[in-house]
Design a protein around this ligand. Sequence first.
Ligand SMILES: Nc1ncnc2c1ncn2[C@@H]1O[C@H](COP(=O)(O)OP(=O)(O)O)[C@@H](O)[C@H]1O
Ligand SMILES: [Mg+2]
Length: 271
Amino acid sequence: METSVIDDVEINLSQPSDLEVKWVGQEHVKNQLLAAWLVLNDSDVPLTPRLIGLPGVGKTTLAYTTAKELGREIYFIQATMDTRPEDLIISPVIGENQTIRYVASPLVTAMIKGGVLILDEGNRMPEKSWASLAPLLDQRRYVESQLAGITIHAHPNFRMVTTMNTDPSTFELPEYILSRLQPLIELDFPSKEEEKRILKLQVPFADDEIIDMVSAFLSAAHLEEKPFTVRSGIQILRYALKLKKVTGQSQQDCLYQSIDQILGEDALDLI
Ligand SMILES: Nc1ncnc2c1ncn2[C@@H]1O[C@H](COP(=O)(O)OP(=O)(O)O)[C@@H](O)[C@H]1O
Ligand SMILES: [Mg+2]
């Protein structure tokens, strides 16, 4: 296990995450994220943007693929309402002979190694946890571990982004936190052509006919301002094809059943 020593305290580091992901279309949001992370000269600092949009619109995928383009290690934290400050910084574990070992969070590991930290669904964690990151999110670029009694400074290559769903089951964060999570990068529905390419990429064994049907369904949903995203489109497509394989029913019947079971009966009105 990789370790690092800070102020004579040895800490175990976390593992980076490595996923195969691809981004289709919407170059402008990717450029916004790359610009936020860019450092222009020695007196400049990177920004920590907030990626917002409906669940399933592509926020996590955008963060991940853009981070990959930087060619640095990627670390990931899934925020929940139980995420505590020590989960974000350093937590203790009991080692051999009852000694305490310190384990760096993915965030602190990214800070030490100069990686990218994706704090996913950041508005699911409470203000108290965000407060522990306040100095990291401005020019100071450090965090303090109360537990280990040390201050960790971010490597110049450290970058961070947080994603936030625009749905009601989340915390309203205070202004002093939100003002540090800038700029706001808003992810909207892809164009119809892009949506089709995403469906094809994620479900490559689907034929054009059913992809066109799901794409038409998503377009109708966007027009009606329903909160259905390409994630639902991918699930509908997958489930319809599985149903067809098992039941031998027509593609269209399977598609309708799939929509009904995934989004509910009302969604069928969109067809
Ligand atoms: N532009 C895109 N290119 C490729 N895949 C996408 C794109 N947008 C969404 N997806 C796919 O849609 C699904 C939902 O995306 P995700 O990033 O998890 O959404 P969010 O984080 O906003 O909830 C994933 O399977 C993802 O791969
Ligand atoms: Mg996500």
